[in-house]
Design a protein around this ligand. Structure first.
Ligand code: PNW
Length: 445
């Protein structure tokens, strides 16, 4: 039954794209072949205590060798689009030149997708910074924005004509804040001052890259992917509501303001007691016209004046949680989309570039019964439909993820895939949710 979806929904039209998403480091493996250089995630994985069970990206889903089978899998589900990322350390040598073997891999992959009519959404940076660039200061250094622009220039010239939509960055908030302030992702620094500098250099890299992509690949769309998160006040006091508002400013408006208004919200820098080194002209460079905004949505935060709570600490009765401990909160997606449309009237069309949940799935008699994931998709698609009805232009939805993969500091324990991966045999088994998505997509008018 599809009664959960309003009959008027644009989601039933074939020009609303349905896809699945992955990222290079999470699926590829083969980290030491064909001239790939080490990334900050290889280093982080090799640092004892950082990743659950000492898991690494050395093999992952072996997608580097099994890409053709994975393309067939996407085709067999009848999906319109596939969102993937390029590994910068595969593509650029230590002296800043193109690595032909790295580009050959992505050319084969993108061509196979194109031949099957699957639209290619390609993210240029999904967290795997070359370690040699981190050694020179990483995103804390302004130089990295220029190294990134050089990489983007080479990559988009090499791959021009093979991509429908480029994204400069995946979730700059995670790179800057989790990587440089919270320390729970590579490179694992724990200083908000560093994170605020990193955030500005990510934005600068974006601004430098967009005109290069447009020049090199004029037929493709250009955008960026942000993870947006609504914050709910832990109590209804004025102080807690103020703290929740500031949390949203720090998580969402930090980058939306720079990208769409050409300004940073000073309240965030005041809160953190740090201001990035902004060179005159930087914000003009950053504020580039965008063809789309990618929105990744997972859950909300609970915030009190006493500090940002891990909502896991919140005593919330009757809250449904995923294997990550994340609350299932579809209403937050509608709220988030409607809020950014109100706050940013020049908001470009939105793609939901990631949405999904982890569950502890197992194959039993050849089947994976992930009914909770089906319910999760249904409720979040209905939330997208509500946002569309409220006037937000949403053009597509990508499930995270095509298959179970390396869930960063959680390693392989957390399973986000619509296809199960057996890490001993590398067998992919579509879960019940994959067939649900296939059938939903097939029945569109
Ligand atoms: C995203 N948070 O990361 C990433 O883009 C994916 O690579 C990842 O696998 C997926 O979400 C699932 O985690 C996030 O704590 C990591 O709010 C953390 C958060 C949000 C997104």
């Amino acid at each position: 039954s599809e009664s959960w979806l309003p009959a008027s929904s644009r989601l039933r039209s074939r020009d609303f794209l349905f896809g699945v998403a992955t990222a290079s480091f999470q699926i590829e493996g083969s980290t030491e072949v064909d001239g790939r250089l080490p990334s900050i995630w290889d280093t982080y994985c090799d640092t004892p205590g950082k990743v659950t069970n000492g898991d690494t990206g050395k093999v992952a889903c072996d997608h580097y060798n099994r890409w053709a089978e994975d393309v067939d899998l996407i085709e067999s589900l009848g999906l319109d689009a596939y969102r993937l990322s390029l590994a910068w350390p595969r593509l650029i040598t230590r002296d800043g030149k193109a690595n032909p073997k790295g580009f050959d891999f992505y050319k084969r992959l993108l061509d196979a997708l194109g031949e099957k009519g699957i639209k290619r959404f390609v993210t240029l940076y999904h967290w795997d910074l070359p370690q040699w660039i981190e050694d020179r200061g990483g995103w804390v250094s302004r130089e990295t924005a220029y190294r990134y622009a050089e990489y983007v220039d080479i990559a988009t010239r090499e791959l021009a004509g093979r991509v429908e939509a480029w994204a400069t960055f995946n979730e700059p908030w995670c790179t800057a804040w989790i990587g440089y302030a919270a320390g729970r992702q590579a490179p694992g620094h724990t200083d908000p001052v560093l994170a605020i500098a990193a955030g500005h250099h990510l934005m600068l890299g974006h601004g430098l890259a967009v005109p290069l992509i447009r020049r090199n690949d004029p037929g493709a769309k250009v955008g960026i992917v942000l993870n947006l998160q609504p914050a709910t006040a832990a109590t209804d006091t004025r102080e807690d509501r103020h703290a929740a508002k500031l949390a949203e400013v720090g998580q969402n408006d930090w980058f939306l303001g720079a990208l769409l208004k050409g300004e940073y919200d000073a309240r965030f820098f005041e809160l953190r007691g740090a201001v990035p080194a902004i060179v005159p002209g930087d914000l003009d460079t950053i504020q580039q016209p965008l063809d789309y905004l990618g929105v990744n949505y997972y859950f909300r935060a609970y915030v009190s004046a006493a500090g940002a709570h891990d909502y896991k600490d919140m005593p919330l009765d009757g809250v449904e949680r995923t294997q990550m401990g994340w609350e299932v909160y579809p209403e937050g997606l509608t709220y988030q989309l409607v809020t950014i449309k109100q706050d940013y009237p020049n908001l470009p069309p939105v793609y939901i570039t990631e949405n999904g949940m982890a569950s502890d799935d197992a194959v039993i008699d050849g089947e994976v019964e992930d009914d909770s994931r089906i319910r999760f998709f249904e409720r979040h698609l209905a939330a997208v439909s509500d946002a569309i009805d409220a006037g937000v232009e949403v053009s597509g939805y990508f499930a995270w993820s095509l298959m179970d993969n390396f869930e960063w500091s959680y390693g392989y324990e957390k399973r986000f895939g619509i296809c199960h991966v057996d890490y001993d045999t590398q067998v992919r088994t579509p879960k019940k949710s994959a067939y649900w998505l296939r059938d939903f997509v097939a029945r569109r008018s």
